[in-house]
Design a binder for this molecule. Structure first.
Ligand SMILES: CC(C)(COP(=O)(O)OP(=O)(O)OC[C@H]1O[C@@H](n2cnc3c(N)ncnc32)[C@H](O)[C@@H]1OP(=O)(O)O)[C@@H](O)C(=O)NCCC(=O)NCCS
Length: 65
């Protein structure tokens, strides 16, 4: 999820996240996943305001190349 800096704070991010849901339903997706850095409080607030739940059970691993 990314909104150009000059367009931020105008509900574009909200509109994008909300548009993903009907698209996922229409295409029979199993679910939707969002990620953000732990210190990105704006993104976390946006997700949680829209009813998304934070995963407290799983860590994500990666291998750097
Ligand atoms: C996170 C991001 C997608 C939000 O997009 P956006 O279009 O600005 O989001 P919205 O306007 O829908 O909502 C932003 C909320 O944060 C608040 N906010 C405060 N200051 C803000 C700022 N400088 N910029 C954006 N939002 C701000 C807004 O008031 C709003 O809260 P509200 O609904 O209670 O009023 C955007 O900031 C972004 O692209 N950031 C860089 C990439 C990023 O962090 N992506 C997310 C996870 S990796």
């Amino acid at each position: 999820l990314f909104v150009m800096p000059r367009a931020r704070g105008r509900r574009v991010g909200t509109a994008l996240v909300e548009a993903a849901r009907p698209h996922a339903e229409k295409t029979s997706a199993k679910g939707l996943v969002l990620e953000t850095k732990r210190d990105n409080v704006w993104a976390q607030q946006l997700y949680e305001r829209l009813g998304w739940k934070r995963d407290e059970m799983f860590y994500h691993y990666y291998l750097e190349m």
